[in-house]
Write a protein that binds this ligand. Structure first.
Ligand code: ADP
Ligand code: MG
Length: 499
């Protein structure tokens, strides 16, 4: 029964999906949430630790002020209210990666609450997601289970634990149940996480690198018969750590839950594991709402009461946020809505911005990144930004075209050379001898040769029938390996036959 799935399109005609997303973001502070250990990445295991992050008896936590400021920034950017006063709480549980046997978190008094964020889908539809709360907490350490085939504890021979990550500041952002997305629920889920990632980067609160686990999402999914029915029972798929996986996980849960309900079964409220390879989820642990973490206020930390003037200062200092920035750039670049959307969807905003900053016209910058380069990226199955070419090189390439030193066709060959690691556009032009032939001498020679090779056509043109000039121009372009300026060839040809 566990492998049964209902076809997705069918499932969403008979059920109304509701989703809820919890996003954890690791803040990019210099030190940890409650101690002075460095909050970096990639250090030797168990070196970025202090007695506090190891939970040693007698050690006392101190709140990281920068982390509080970052949490407020996030709250404000998500249109939340910022608490006048809030507390930390102990979330008690025993697990090797939590050396204190509790996680210091916030429970009933989050620092930010009641917000919303507008999420733009790929086709330009804007979907509003309501935010229930954003609270501060600390990350756990990292367990590595060695010897098994799955990387999970079951079947492992032994486990290692690294406390470097224990105590890194986190903000957890929790949505209210997201209703009304219907069949687009998986897409909304992905776009929401993507929107948050962009926001974290713009706010400068985190590098927000998904592949490093800086941003992690838990996706809750439930089904109900109709949009008027009460909410169904949800499952919570943990640690879905790429945009694509967020979309796939929601989609899979909808198909799976539909099958369970169709078979007359009921959904158990539980956590589920996401399997990247198969695109499926499997049962984790049963989890009730009243799960007994025995939350209680943290006695070693005073409440946080962010001064209103400070909050306003932070609000005033917020940078331009991604949606506003996109609107501004679209205006500056003069792109149509659909053009801008394609640019955003292709992840090319920054690349085009840098290309324009390096001197290219916005239309030319878009043409390169969305045309030839997008095709190349697709062929090589890499992101646009990972192609071995820089915005400055694209601007230089376009500069050569604008100066008439190469034409569009040659420019594509130059691009090929740059992508092949042959150097800057200028160097490729020189090394490959790609410059447009602007000297009339060689062009006239090629024209005469082409006329001589096709006497019938030459006669027609001489008698005033300009229909077949293309054949001669084509022959000249071929003879000069595309390096002739076709307009100039035409001029010279006409002078030749008429003069
Ligand atoms: P937990 O302690 O289980 O992680 P949270 O309150 O932190 O609970 O997060 C639960 C998430 O699930 C929230 O985003 C919430 O909006 C969402 N949610 C609650 N009920 C449902 C439901 N019936 N269907 C889908 N999502 C739900
Ligand atoms: Mg939660």
């Amino acid at each position: 029964m566990s492998a049964e799935l209902v076809d997705y399109d069918e499932a969403v005609t008979r059920f109304d999906p509701v989703i809820g997303i919890e996003v954890h973001v690791e803040l990019g502070t210099r030190t940890k949430m409650f101690d002075a250990a460095p909050a970096g990445f990639g250090e030797e295991p168990n070196t970025s630790v202090t007695p506090v992050s190891l939970g040693l008896p007698g050690s006392l936590p101190v709140v990281n002020g920068t982390a509080v400021e970052y949490a407020i920034r996030i709250g404000l950017a998500l249109n939340c209210s910022i608490a006048e006063t809030c507390r930390f709480a102990r979330k008690n549980y025993f697990y090797p990666d939590v050396p204190k046997n509790f996680q210091t978190s916030q429970y009933d008094e989050p620092i930010a609450f009641d917000g919303h964020v507008d999420v733009e889908l790929e086709d330009g539809t804007v979907f509003r997601v309501e935010i229930e709360r954003a609270h501060m907490e600390e990350d756990a350490g990292k367990n590595t289970h060695v010897g098994g085939s799955t990387g999970r504890i079951h079947g492992a021979e032994y486990s290692l634990v690294d406390y470097n990550r224990a105590g890194i500041p986190l903000v957890e952002i929790v949505t209210r149940p997201i209703t009304g997305a219907g069949e687009r629920a998986p897409e909304v889920a992905r776009a929401y996480v993507q929107t948050l990632r962009d926001l974290f980067r713009a706010l400068g609160v985190s590098e927000a690198r998904m592949e490093r686990g800086n941003v992690r999402a838990d996706v809750n999914v439930s089904l109900r018969a109709t949009p008027d029915s009460p909410l169904g029972t949800r499952t919570e798929t943990k640690n879905v750590n790429s945009f694509r996986s967020v979309e796939r996980a929601v989609r899979h849960e909808i198909s799976r839950q539909a099958a369970v309900l169709d078979a007359g079964g009921s959904i158990v409220q539980e956590t589920r594991h996401w399997h990247e390879d198969t695109g499926t989820t499997t049962s984790g642990r049963v989890k009730s709402d009243a799960e007994d973490y025995r939350y209680f206020p943290e006695p070693d930390l005073v409440p946080i009461a962010p001064d209103r003037a400070w909050v306003e200062e932070i609000r005033a200092g917020l940078p331009e946020l991604p949606a506003a920035r996109r609107r501004r750039l679209q205006g500056e670049w003069g792109y149509a809505d659909a053009e801008m959307r394609d640019v955003v969807n292709a992840g090319a905003v920054e690349l085009i911005e840098s290309t324009v900053a390096a001197g290219a016209a916005p239309a030319a910058a878009r043409k390169w990144w969305m045309g030839e380069l997008a095709r190349t990226a697709k062929e090589r199955d890499v992101e646009l930004g990972d192609l071995p070419i820089t915005p400055a090189q694209i601007a230089a390439l376009q500069g050569l075209v604008d100066a008439g030193r190469i034409n569009d066709k040659l420019a594509r060959q130059v691009l090929e050379g740059v992508l092949a690691g042959e150097g800057d556009p200028e160097a490729v032009v020189v090394a490959r001898g790609l410059e447009v032939v602007s000297d009339d001498g060689p062009l006239l020679e090629a024209i005469d040769a082409a006329l001589a090779a096709q006497p019938d056509i030459a006669d027609k043109i001489r008698s005033g029938n300009l229909g077949p000039v293309g054949a001669i121009i084509g022959a000249v372009m071929k003879a000069t390996r595309g390096q002739a300026d076709a307009g100039r060839v035409r001029e010279l040809l006409l002078e030749r036959v008429q003069g």
